[in-house]
Design a binder for this molecule. Structure first.
Ligand code: PAF
Length: 282
């Protein structure tokens, strides 16, 4: 596995691979790998002749009061994991290599970024779209793989790629979970043992909502109340940032569940802000 820090050198290597007839799969990450990242890498490894993994804690997707400085990092362990999963290239640029001091160009999908995580993180998806487009342009990736835990992110990236005619196929992988259902996240390290013990209630309540829909419930308020009640009882320290039922593609809020519907949430538990989602109907 080659390690690149210079965007131009990465782009030159990717052009050479394409010229030799090799296709390229990209897994964009911010590092501190867990089994979810490993799943993205293993899956992407099977999609193309060349696998590029990017590891970049992208500063532009963090708000001023967010955890950019505290975001967990372990580049040495991460490179060993990427190599073990057959990456041909690991791209680890410094922020200055990605953003000129007078960087002034942003990519936004405001219609899809205004709700859910966008409410509390108004600049987040602008930073994500901008860096992901840069990575797609640098690598010329034929396919890029994202996780469904960040459902809103993958929906926004799909729309950006479609709207800008970016010739990269976007694939999303199901959320990888701990045995007790907690969605894997690099931010789970922020949880204290007590918080970790109740965190699976996030998933448990979403599953209860899905069961209620399977049993015929369609009312969005009642479904939300079901989840909030369970959290109040079993996870009193958890503070929901949002809990919404939206259309899985347009992300528009739904009044009732009578077609495709996604329940998505963000919950603050101690220092961690945990997100999760479930398809109530597909
Ligand atoms: O999902 C992430 O880890 C990041 O948002 C991404 C897609 C790597 C962009 O920085």
């Amino acid at each position: 596995m080659q390690i690149f820090t210079d965007p131009k050198a990465l782009a030159a290597q990717c052009r050479a691979w394409h010229a030799a007839g090799d296709d390229i799969a990209l897994v964009p990450t911010m590092g501190y790998y867990h089994a979810g990242h490993e799943d993205l890498m293993s899956y992407a490894r099977g999609l193309a002749r060349r696998l590029v993994v990017s590891l970049f804690v992208n500063p532009t997707q963090f708000g001023p009061n967010e955890d950019l400085a505290a975001y967990p990092r372990d580049a040495e362990r991460d490179s060993a994991i990427a190599a073990a999963h057959g990456a041909d290239a690991l791209f680890m640029p410094e922020p200055a290599a990605m953003y000129a001091p007078d960087h002034a160009t942003w990519v936004e999908v405001p219609e899809l970024a205004k709700g859910l995580c966008g409410i509390d993180r108004p600049i987040h998806f602008r930073g994500v779209c901008t860096v992901v487009l840069k990575l797609l342009l640098l690598t010329g990736a034929d396919v890029a793989v994202f996780g469904q835990k960040d459902w809103q992110q993958q929906a926004i990236i799909r729309r950006m790629v479609r709207d800008l005619n970016v010739p990269t196929r976007i694939e999303a992988r199901p959320t990888t979970r701990e045995a007790d259902g907690l969605a894997m996240s690099s931010r789970n390290v922020y949880l204290t043992p007590d918080e970790r013990a109740v965190a699976p209630q996030i998933r448990a309540a979403l599953l209860e909502a899905r069961e209620a829909v399977a049993a015929g419930e369609t009312d969005v308020s009642r479904l939300r109340e079901l989840v909030l009640t369970r959290w109040r009882e079993h996870m009193p320290g958890g503070k929901p940032d949002y809990l919404e039922i939206v259309h899985p593609e347009s992300l528009e809020p739904l009044q009732s569940v009578d077609g495709p519907a996604l329940m998505a949430c963000a919950v603050k538990l101690g220092k961690a802000r945990l997100i999760d989602n479930i398809l109530l109907r597909s």
